[in-house]
Write a protein that binds this ligand. Sequence first.
Ligand SMILES: CC(C)(COP(=O)(O)OP(=O)(O)OC[C@H]1O[C@@H](n2cnc3c(N)ncnc32)[C@H](O)[C@@H]1OP(=O)(O)O)[C@@H](O)C(=O)NCCC(=O)NCCS
Length: 170
Amino acid sequence: MVQVVQTDDFGEDDLLRIVDGEPDPFEDEHLAMAWKAKTDHVVLEESGGAVAHAGWVHVEVEPEGHRPVAAVGLGEVLVHRDHRGRGLGRRVVEEAVALMALEERPIALLFCRIDRLAFYRRLGWHRQQGEVVVDQPDGPVVMPLETCWLPLFPAAGLPDGGLRISGLPF
Ligand SMILES: CC(C)(COP(=O)(O)OP(=O)(O)OC[C@H]1O[C@@H](n2cnc3c(N)ncnc32)[C@H](O)[C@@H]1OP(=O)(O)O)[C@@H](O)C(=O)NCCC(=O)NCCS
């Protein structure tokens, strides 16, 4: 049976236990980007061991020509490779989104490779069209990954076009 655990105490070592030696599970190491640490986490456990994770953190996003919007950035969505294809990815994202929706911020955001878009679209996420700029230690850069958003308030949305996200990506 899968147990859902919400925690603010989940670090690099905990994530590495789910990675379990899989080389570059997010297939993003070549980007050599710096990422923002997540403050909140959902972990799916089975037989006492973690098999899936999603984390989130508060972020600010400024759509081009619009006022900044308070958002929640989702990241480090990972299912142990031996447990993929069983619905755990869907479950961990849905559990995370349900908790993110309590944060009173209208928009959820995430970055993903183009080949993961279909996974998130099935879960209701929208692909943002337009250039997205994030910070890195040496200054702002154009995000090379796809950006997706999800409304956390009923009528919330982002306009098409460029986005400026303050701080490191997540
Ligand atoms: C992406 C990932 C989280 C999916 O987890 P999973 O447990 O295999 O996904 P699920 O079994 O819950 O699949 C949910 C749905 O998405 C689909 N799906 C899963 N992975 C997909 C992919 N890579 N591309 C397209 N569709 C995908 C499934 O077919 C399923 O569709 P259905 O609801 O119509 O049956 C998992 O493959 C993973 O951990 N990958 C490595 C890390 C990673 O890339 N994380 C995402 C970073 S943005």
